[in-house]
Write a protein that binds this ligand. Structure first.
Ligand code: CUA
Length: 356
């Protein structure tokens, strides 16, 4: 037990030394909310270290002071000590209170939204994340959340199926995404919220943190915190003629074939997916507008390359078991196989990559 405590301490110190190199580090906060959690973490860590030091010093003293000596007398036989019993009940209780007070304060403080906070919907699906910007317009995106740095944010978190949990460690603690349908009469009450203001630009990785099915571990996401100008440019790209292939692309013919294949309803893509500015307005699957700009596909699981898009479109079940998307030859989520030819798959991948 003592060895494992020491190993834990050593491990914590070693990990702390490497904080910057791990993309999902929970000890490299970049928001006010994450700072509060970090403060608490270190407070509790210090208490633990203090307790550990006291226990070890007393233990060492007892081992030396009361060690067995040759020809020593038989030790005094004692059972129970009222003073000690009271002390080691009260002292830990006081320590727990000392930890509980700042914890409860932080819990309530971080539940108070900034009056200027921008609401962003975070919606868990099996096995991907949807993000909406109700205060800006009809903007829906998937798996890659864009936020302007310095802007207070209110993440309104819910789910359309089972319980998921939104966790981007560098932005703050996790929050469950609860299905609203469980309480039809009081839906408002089931939202969970995270209030925070990102203070650093960068790409922060996150992960679903509540077991939600066979592909729970493959339900990642990224948060792109960018300058307000970059954020506005991203929003503007939605309003611009997105969804149109770049005319100068040398593979314009392939992209055009992909566009036709996708938009014609062949394979059923548009039954589930939306691309703004086109007739694809499905709402079941991830919104694919500006897909070419995302760094990852399949909810943070595959790098966004055409090769991986081909792999995903061909056989999503091989990449993410249980995904509600059919492949070329497989049904998925009860939807029929697309029966795309190899060329059609490559064309659709090229078209989606061109959406940038
Ligand atoms: Cu969604 Cu685990």
């Amino acid at each position: 037990m003592r060895v494992s405590r020491f190993a834990g301490l050593l491990g914590a110190i070693l990990l702390a030394a490497c904080a910057g190199e791990y993309p999902q580090s929970s000890i490299a906060p970049t928001t006010d909310f994450a700072d509060r959690i970090q403060d608490l973490y270190f407070q509790i860590f210090l208490w633990s270290m203090g307790i550990l030091a006291v226990v070890w010093i007393v233990l060492a003293w007892i081992l030396v002071r009361f060690r067995e000596r040759p020809d020593g007398p038989e030790p005094q036989q004692i059972h129970g000590h009222l003073g000690f019993e009271i002390a080691w009940t009260i002292v830990p209780a006081l320590i727990v209170v000392a930890i509980a007070i700042p914890t409860i304060q932080a819990t309530f403080d971080t539940q108070t939204p900034d009056p200027d906070a921008m609401v962003v919907d975070v919606i868990g699906h099996q096995y991907w994340w949807e993000f909406r910007y109700p205060e800006i317009g009809e903007y829906r995106t998937a798996n890659e959340l864009h936020l302007p740095v310095g802007q207070p944010i209110a993440l309104r978190i819910w789910s359309t199926d089972v319980i998921h949990s939104f966790w981007v460690p560098q932005l703050g603690g996790k929050r469950d995404a609860n299905p609203l349908r469980a309480v039809p009469s009081g839906e408002e009450r089931k939202y969970n919220w995270i209030f925070m203001t990102p203070r650093e630009t960068g790409v922060f990785m996150g992960q679903c943190a509540e077991f939600c099915g066979p592909s729970h571990s493959l339900m990642g996401m990224r948060v792109v915190v960018e300058t307000p100008e970059e954020f506005e440019a991203w929003i503007a790209a939605w309003d611009a003629g997105h969804g149109e292939p770049a005319a100068a692309d040398p593979r314009a013919a392939l992209i055009e074939l992909g566009r036709e294949t996708f938009q014609s309803g062949l394979g059923g893509c548009i039954a589930c997916h939306a691309i703004e500015g086109t007739n694809a307005q499905g709402a079941v699957g991830p919104n694919l507008t500006l897909l070419g700009r995302r760094s990852m596909i399949a909810a943070g699981w595959l790098e966004n390359t055409e090769e991986n898009l081909v792999r995903w479109i061909t056989a999503p079940q091989d990449v993410k078991p249980g995904a509600l998307m059919p492949g070329v030859n497989d049904t998925g989520g009860g939807f029929p196989a697309t029966n795309f030819t190899e060329e059609q798959v490559r064309a659709v991948a090229a078209y989606l990559s061109s959406l940038r």
